[in-house]
Ligand binder design. Structure first.
Ligand code: SAM
Length: 226
């Protein structure tokens, strides 16, 4: 769980270079992860989707390609990040804190959150809010980084996160500290069965996880009780 003031400032600092830094640091793999998420969401044929922590809108754009008839709303508490989203052919956007969404109960068929939950000040509160705005039987998709559960890949990945990533991201964005935060936030964020338990304890009936790219990222899907 994170300090909201620090997180807002970090994303304001890197907003202009956020998309470029993502693509360079992941060698483009982040695009494939969001497409995988959008493909899974599209199987449910949702008519209404909330993309929470939409930021630069990368996942919302992937969802638009896969779910052309859905109404998609992007929400984020960082206006500088949403300015990046506004440069794209885009969805309606609202400035909103994921911990207290200004949205009605049971308004959406699906809620998605990519690389966002990890940055929130209270994971339980954010999950309960996501559950509240979902219709009964609606689906949550959480895409985020995780530590590969296989040695020595875990140690190698942590070395990359702590030693290489902040340096390279610092050159691209001019803000090394935000990427040092990224490494520590990934280390603290639960993954696998721990994340499934967290989700099930806060408003969801069942949850499953899929490892992406050997577990560098994970995609969680969970259903609100019908
Ligand atoms: C790493 S970016 C992810 C952006 C986008 N979803 C993507 O796939 O690239 C994380 C986003 O979470 C947003 N965020 C963090 N805490 C939030 C909160 N409590 N409420 C709303 N947005 C939040 C940040 O402003 C930032 O835009």
């Amino acid at each position: 769980m994170q300090d909201a003031g620090f997180v807002r400032q970090a994303f304001a600092n890197i907003a202009d270079r956020y998309v470029l830094a993502n693509h360079v640091l992941s060698a483009g793999t982040d695009i494939l992860w969001r497409r995988t998420c959008a493909r899974h969401v599209a199987r449910l044929a949702p008519q209404t989707i909330l993309d929470l922590a939409t930021g630069s809108g990368d996942l919302a754009v992937a969802l638009r390609d896969r779910c052309p008839s859905a109404r998609i709303l992007g929400a984020d508490f960082s206006v500088p990040m949403m300015r990046q989203a506004q440069k794209r052919p885009f969805e309606p956007l609202i400035a909103a804190d994921g911990l207290a969404l200004p949205l009605a109960d049971a308004a959406f068929d699906a809620v998605t959150v990519a690389f966002g939950l990890r940055n929130m000040a209270s994971w339980p509160q954010a999950l309960q809010e996501m559950s509240r705005v979902l219709k009964p039987g609606g689906w949550l998709y959480v895409l985020d980084f995780s530590i590969p559960p296989v040695p020595p890949l875990d140690r190698l990945y942590l070395w990359y996160l702590k030693r290489v990533l902040p340096r390279v991201a610092g050159w691209i964005t001019g803000d090394r500290a935000s990427y040092e935060y990224l490494a520590s936030s990934i280390e603290k964020f639960p993954s696998g069965s721990a994340m499934e338990r967290l989700i099930c304890d806060h408003g969801f009936a069942r949850c499953e996880s899929r490892r992406l790219s050997f577990g560098i990222a994970s995609l969680y899907s969970a259903q609100k009780a019908p």
